[in-house]
Design a protein around this ligand. Structure first.
Ligand SMILES: Nc1ncnc2c1ncn2[C@@H]1O[C@H](COP(=O)(O)OP(=O)(O)OP(=O)(O)O)[C@@H](O)[C@H]1O
Ligand SMILES: O=P(O)(O)OC[C@H]1O[C@](O)(CO)[C@@H](O)[C@@H]1O
Ligand SMILES: [Mg+2]
Length: 777
């Protein structure tokens, strides 16, 4: 029977914190539930889940259940939402919300975390606004006494944005949207092969009821020919617009056509544009062999990608912190992300901004609708337009502003190098610049530039580059050689091929190469040209940015590898996998990977490994396995950075654990090695490659027409593009080199992710150890 008495509130600041998931399920919701449950318990609070979204809140009773630490074991790798979700009609009406409020009070819940999309958070905001009135009404109707509601007068509510649609203003990404983009890109990549074979067109419908984010980003990531989204419909004569672009691409030799249509696409009069209408158009007007593919709910399926696991975990932790910080005068927050920074924003405002976008679309104010989406939206829209539709007369620069731009990859291969280069080539051609591929790095340039019949310095063509949107590795070739190996020949080549600017993509070596060229400018005037570096490396160790292309691909590879090991260890019970990660002296991958897979311990190069730490962790494993009763989802993972210790390698750690375990449990080691570079780049690496590519070119062209000395005098003439906190920015090389580069360890001095390491430990239940870790070596 449902209780009629509310339990007294917990002592002090301790709360009973409940979480529910609502609206369409989204990958990553489980990560949010795990983080909220465990962080609540770790903070001394009681933790609850509400099953089936608002439906569970309205029904109450057993639909609201207290959770223990182990109840969320293995949640990170599961798709969907394990606590259920629903679209609840009764919560839309006040009587439903009154019942929900009563049930919360009866369970003593004094804080509610809601993970859902724009609708769910609108509902949360309504509950927040009505709360005092609901409490009064419950007392008036004798449903609860005045004493019972007294401790619950203030509703402590926090929103987490979970939806594949990415339709909530105020945040760059919703939990689930990047995983959905993974599903879409995998599907489009697969379709492309068959489209190419038959020279067909495919019209692909993707989800997003009122929001074009998925369609737009999928188009950027796959290099689609056309994209239809509700925020910015095509011009009046959309049929001619599509046909013009598609036939232009076909004339240039493209064998396939991909048009991506958002579920909510319409024309500029708000008349829906269906996939069948586009299909008919391509068949009838262009005579193409066209097919329709509707991706449907496959887009919501599968395990969450690395980014969604990380986002949901960090935001879940932040939500609990927000609950603990709450006072009646602080407006209810929604937890957002801006670029790389988790922030709290007022829920009320976020809901209003989101509703404003819907209103702007309804009023056909499309520019306003685009502005109302997150900051990246317009940038990606422009980047898509400029990299897909060739020959836009208004984009072409006057002759004196056109440049010959050398494009080179330096360092180890990384996901995103090719897409960045594709974007650069398309941008150059749209503006009238000449993109020149410098094949196989500095050695390729110096030794093979005038080889016959094919030299290593070649103009890049649109058709060739166009196929690089989804290609991993480096098609123009990359290696670790530096210009210092032959400054003379490097300078001579720059002059011989009349290079006006250089566009580098690569890891620490690319950064080092530009640093060398900058310093050598005093001796070689040929180096007095503008240069940019787009960081691209699995290690994410380039100073001047918190994110390098390829690091997201690598994290996804790592979680796939680690999930596979974990499944094996879960099945054989009492087993721990010790997995070595790449990264050089930078342990980003091990740490964020640890966050995304729930590692019981992460050993970093920054902190090193000592025997005390190992003994401490083995003790903890011994205790955990002793208490284990053979349940499922019991696999354990330890991640070790490749340079964490020369002595305690992954293999040796596994051997030590086995020696100490005395047959009570066992350890196995595994090394994914170069598997971490992946095959196709992740969608995030692809779209950011396009964004960074376009921005870098814009930066380079701002130097057009300037004298060599003016260029050399401008610190921004050698710059690294990066994400720092909430901003994407260029930083002058000299500043980064002197202020934020640990040259010996080849990593930034300030590694932002070090601050996240305690969260990995807290959420995996690793007992604190006074003397373990914390010191950078
Ligand atoms: N205006 C509202 N007032 C009260 N409750 C609402 C409101 N809008 C939505 N809700 C509640 O939130 C639930 C989920 O909303 P909705 O179906 O719009 O999904 P969502 O949260 O936007 O997620 P997604 O779009 O990703 O599926 C609804 O079923 C309803 O219970
Ligand atoms: O799964 P359902 O309830 O049919 O809802 C589908 C809708 O949910 C979403 O997947 C998420 O909001 C939309 O993109 C789509 O329109
Ligand atoms: Mg929605």
């Amino acid at each position: 029977m449902a209780p009629t008495e509310a339990p007294p509130p917990l002592e002090g600041k301790k709360r009973r914190i409940a979480i529910l998931t609502s609206g369409g399920d989204a990958p990553g919701m489980n990560g949010a539930v795990r983080a909220v449950v465990r962080q609540s318990i770790a903070s001394g609070c009681e933790s609850y889940v509400v099953y089936e979204g608002y439906e569970g809140l309205v029904q109450g009773g057993d639909m609201i259940k207290e959770m223990q630490w182990d109840d969320v074991r293995g949640y990170l790798s599961e798709g969907g939402t394990l606590i259920g979700t629903a679209r609840c009609l009764s919560f839309r009406e006040r009587p439903g919300r009154l019942q929900a409020a009563k049930n919360m009070v009866l369970k003593g819940i004094d804080a509610l975390v809601i993970c859902g999309g724009d609708g769910s958070l609108t509902g949360a905001d309504t509950l927040r606004a009505e709360w005092p009135g609901l409490m009064d009404e419950l007392v008036q109707k004798n449903e609860l006494s005045a004493d019972q509601v007294k401790p619950f007068r203030h509703l402590n509510i926090v929103g987490l944005v979970g939806s594949i649609d990415n339709d909530m203003s105020s945040t760059d990404a919703t939990i689930g949207c990047y995983t959905s983009l993974h599903r879409i890109c995998e599907a489009v990549d697969a379709i492309e092969a068959t489209a190419y074979s038959h020279q067909r067109a495919f019209v692909i419908k993707v989800m997003g009821r009122h929001c074009g984010w998925l369609a737009l980003m999928a188009s950027v990531a796959t290099g689609a020919d056309f994209c239809l989204i509700p925020e910015m419909p095509p011009k009046e004569d959309w049929k001619t617009e599509i046909c013009d672009i598609v036939s232009k691409h076909r004339k240039m030799g493209k064998r396939k056509t991909i048009v991506i249509v958002a579920e909510g696409a319409h024309d500029c009069h708000l008349e829906p544009i269906s996939v069948s209408a586009v299909d008919k158009l391509l068949k009838e007007k262009l005579g193409l062999d066209s097919k329709v593919t509707e991706l449907g709910h496959v887009q919501r399926g599968g395990s969450a990608c690395a980014y969604d696991r990380m986002l949901s975990t960090l935001q879940g932790v932040e939500a609990v912190q927000a609950v603990l910080d709450a006072t009646p005068d602080i407006p209810s927050p929604v937890i957002a992300i801006v670029e790389n920074k988790i922030v709290r924003k007022p829920l009320l405002e976020a809901v209003k901004l989101t509703q404003d976008v819907t209103k702007a679309i309804e009023a056909k104010k499309f520019e306003e609708a685009v502005e109302g989406r997150d900051a990246e939206f317009r940038e990606y829209m422009n980047a898509f337009n400029i990299t897909t539709s060739l020959e836009q007369p208004d984009l072409i620069l006057p002759t004196e502003k056109r440049m010959r731009i050398g494009i080179m990859h330096v360092g180890a291969p990384a996901g995103g190098m090719n897409p960045a280069t594709r974007a650069a080539v398309a941008y150059c051609l749209a503006r009238g610049h000449t993109p020149i591929g410098l094949y196989n790095g500095f050695t390729g340039l110096c030794r093979h530039h005038d080889d016959k019949p094919l030299g290593s310095v070649r103009e890049l063509k649109w058709l060739e580059a166009d196929s690089w949107a989804s290609l991993g590795g480096s098609d123009i070739g990359t290696n670790r050689h530096l210009p210092s190996e032959d400054y003379e020949a490097t300078a001579a080549c720059f002059e011989k091929y009349k290079l006006d600017a250089l566009f580098f993509v690569g890891g620490f070596e690319a950064f080092h190469a530009v640093s060398q060229l900058r310093v050598a400018r005093k001796d070689y005037p040929a180096f007095k040209i503008p240069m940019t570096v787009i960081p691209a490396t699995v290690s994410n160790n380039v100073p001047g940015t918190e994110y390098s292309l390829g690091s997201d691909t690598a994290l996804n590879q790592l979680i796939n590898f680690s999930d596979t090991c974990r499944q094996s260890s879960s099945s054989s019970r009492r087993c721990v996998f010790v997995i070595e990660t790449q990264g050089g002296h930078c342990s980003y991958m091990a740490t964020i990977g640890g966050l995304a897979v729930g590692a019981v311990a992460v050993y970093t190069a920054e902190e090193g490994i000592d025997i005390k730490t190992l003994a401490h962790d083995i003790d903890s494993l011994r205790k955990t396995f002793a208490e284990d009763r053979g349940q499922a989802r019991a696999g354990k993972t330890i991640l070790v950075n490749e340079k964490a210790s020369e002595i305690y390698t992954a293999e040796r750690i596994a051997k030590i654990i086995n020696a100490e375990a005395k047959d009570r449990f066992e350890a196995k080691s595994a090394i994914p090695g170069h598997f971490l570079q992946g095959t196709a780049p992740s969608p995030m690496d692809r779209v950011r490659a396009v964004r960074f590519g376009v921005r870098s070119l814009q930066h380079l062209e701002s130097f057009a027409g300037k004298s060599k000395d003016d260029i050399a005098a401008d610190p921004m003439s050698t710059a690294v593009i990066g994400i720092i906190g909430a901003k994407v920015q260029f930083t002058p090389m000299e500043k980064v080199e002197t202020e934020d580069t640990d040259w010996k360890k080849r990593r930034p001095i300030n590694e932002f992710w070090m601050a996240l390491k305690p969260i990995v430990d807290t959420l995996s239940g690793r007992p604190p150890m006074e003397s373990a870790g914390g010191k950078k070596s």
